[in-house]
Design a protein. Structure first.
Length: 505
């Protein structure tokens, strides 16, 4: 039976959740183009009851039962999708944890291709280890040679003290160009397993913690996907097994033989071996910190123009926090570089930036922006005693205070029949609808509402487009007369625009 239906401009877009009580599983179908007629009618009724395009519906088993072979939807590209496809999951109904769906379809799919290795990384533990004379991580590419073996790391690795390793790798399958994650990885040192994981399930409360499973800084800066073979102290993911949390103590001047084994669900394996040479070197202590933030306590950086609070449980490791500040005439505050490198925050911290000037009467129009070259993105925030305060989910960003005082722009794309006495030439495929183009310069559209003759009507919207669409519904607005349309859009700062017109239907 269908247990949940969600409709959203972003995320999974149109999504169905079907419970299978006999097995204890829930199957999930996301980014759908449309629901089957009976499901679509049920959803539409609820949208009108709630007067909202966005709905999240929980259903009793008797409401929409389904059976094997029944078409429930058409796949598509709605929500936060990068191209037409079906987002499919199998979850444990009780815990709602996603499982490896391939386990349930293994016999239907052939896979003879082993995982592929793309790179190796070495991470000195700050203040306790060094790699090639540096406390900076060493990341190297690895290539698959024509003879089927892999190249050695392009640079030899000499280390002293405590270090961690990482690997960049993907899995592939027969007949597909896609890349996938690697199901199992083990790392051994001198023949002894030190680290391993099996990615067979996880909880949604753990999703953000995957930012410490990966090399977050390299992902943010280079879109490169190294997986750490060590467990940072704030990482509580359940998928690991390890000794010393995967860290290696290089305390002898000798070769340390490293071996990685990568395995997919079908048992296809790849092994890669290389050497880390133990060599005594000076272990440098990180310097230039504005504040050392620790993973197991609350952290606060407080100054007059800038404040940052990161509650306990939000850092995965200790960090050398840095802050730089420069004057600006283009913003309402100074510009702050919040840490030299990207660092993920598990849930969120709180940032406050002081206004250098405060000319706006409507304080909701202020917000913190993130600056990336010539591009800016809106983080928002609230005004409190001369500061703008907002949540922050990662460090390594450039921030300032800006303002959005401009309301959204609403323009017709197609309005059916006659508009203001003039008949529009509308494609046949669009004669059953009204389409409006709605845009905002900065803070984004926070809410919208359409009314015909004073009554709510359902405008649909997808986050990838600035088009909002109302499909005529004769049962709700009637036919054979002139109707009044009012469409309202409000942006993230409360700036409001209204579009009105008359149409015949």
């Amino acid at each position: 039976f269908i247990s949940r239906i969600s409709v959203s401009p972003g995320g999974y877009g149109l999504a169905l959740y079907i419970d299978h009580p006999a097995t204890g599983h829930t199957s999930v179908y996301g980014h759908l183009e449309s629901f089957s007629p009976k499901i679509a009618e049920y959803v539409k009724q609820k949208q009108y009851e709630q007067e909202s395009f966005r709905v999240n519906l929980t259903l009793d088993p008797s409401v929409l039962p389904v059976k094997k072979g029944e078409r429930v939807a058409n796949s598509g590209n709605t929500g936060g999708s990068g191209g037409p496809h079906l987002h499919f999951e199998i979850r444990d109904t009780k815990s709602e944890e996603p499982l490896d769906a391939l386990e349930y379809y293994k016999k239907m799919i052939t896979d003879t291709r082993p995982p592929e290795i793309r790179g190796i990384a070495a991470y000195p533990v700050p203040g306790r280890g060094v790699v090639n004379g540096s406390i900076v991580p060493l990341r190297q590419s690895v290539s698959l040679l024509k003879n089927g073996t892999y190249s050695d790391p392009s640079q030899s690795i000499e280390a002293w003290g405590w270090i961690g390793l990482g690997i960049k790798a993907y899995d592939r399958m027969d007949g597909a160009a896609n890349i996938y994650g690697v199901r199992k990885i083990t790392m051994s040192v001198d023949g002894k397993e030190l680290f391993g994981y099996d990615m067979n399930r996880f909880g949604f409360d753990e999703t953000r913690m995957l930012n410490t499973f990966t090399d977050f800084a390299d992902w943010r800066l280079n879109k490169s996907f190294f997986m750490k073979s060590f467990i940072e102290p704030g990482n509580t993911l359940r998928l690991y097994r390890s000794e010393n949390d995967g860290y290696i103590d290089i305390n002898e001047e000798r070769p340390y033989n490293i071996s990685y084994t990568l395995e997919d669900l079908y048992g296809n394996t790849t092994t890669y071996k290389f050497t880390v040479t133990g060599k005594k070197q000076e272990i440098k202590i990180p310097s230039g910190c504005s504040l050392v933030m620790v993973w197991n306590d609350d952290n606060r950086y407080i100054s007059d123009p800038f404040r940052l609070i990161i509650p306990k449980g939000n850092l995965y490791n200790d960090i050398c926090f840095t802050l730089s500040q420069k004057k600006s005439t283009g913003y309402y505050s100074d510009v702050f570089t919040v840490n030299n490198e990207p660092v993920p925050i598990h849930k969120s911290g709180e940032i406050s930036i002081k206004l250098n000037n405060d000319p706006l009467t409507d304080k909701k129009q202020y917000g913190i922006i993130q600056i990336n070259g010539k591009k800016i993105s809106w983080m928002g925030g609230v005004w409190r005693n001369g500061y703008i305060t907002a949540p922050i989910r990662e460090l390594g960003v450039i921030l300032a205070v800006y303002a959005d005082t401009i309301p959204p722009v609403i323009a017709p794309v197609t309005v059916n029949r006659k508009v203001k006495g003039k008949t529009q030439k509308i494609p046949e495929s669009q004669k059953d609808r009204i389409r409006l183009r709605v845009s905002d310069n900065l803070s984004g559209i926070a809410s919208f509402r359409g009314e015909v003759d004073g009554q709510f009507v359902l405008f649909e919207h997808d986050v990838k487009s600035n088009i909002y669409t109302y499909r005529y519904d004769a049962s709700r607005i009637g036919t054979g007369k002139t109707h009044n349309l009012v469409f309202t859009a409000i942006d993230g700062c409360g700036n409001k625009s209204e579009y009105t017109t008359r149409f015949e239907f």
